[in-house]
Design a protein. Structure first.
Length: 104
């Protein structure tokens, strides 16, 4: 996902379409992986609640993220690309750390 901002915001059609394709693939992988992870972490009788809580939190942060992206877009396109890319790299690091701790 860190590739999406520079591609999508390059100002030309071909990179924007490539960014859209990368984003779609990443969201598809993310969605199925997260659902499988929730199913693995939560007891069967609590999965519906866990999915609901997860979706609520994800939705709330999507709103916050959208507002932040809009604010950055108005101020600095370069800043937006950097912030989004760094956020994706940071999120990957957090996920890797949590999965490693879970395996141990």
């Amino acid at each position: 996902m860190a590739l999406v901002p520079p591609l999508a915001l390059a100002g030309r059609l071909a990179p924007a379409l490539a960014g859209l394709a990368v984003s779609g693939i990443a969201v598809g992988i993310q969605d199925s992986t997260i659902k499988a992870l929730v199913a693995d972490l939560v007891a069967p009788g609590q999965r519906a609640t866990a999915y609901g809580v997860f979706a609520g939190i994800q939705g709330a942060f999507a709103i916050v993220g959208g507002l932040a992206v809009g604010w950055l877009y108005e101020r600095s396109l370069t800043g937006l690309v950097i912030v989004v890319a760094l956020t994706q790299v940071l999120a990957r690091g957090v996920l890797a750390t949590l999965l490693a701790a879970r395996r141990a």
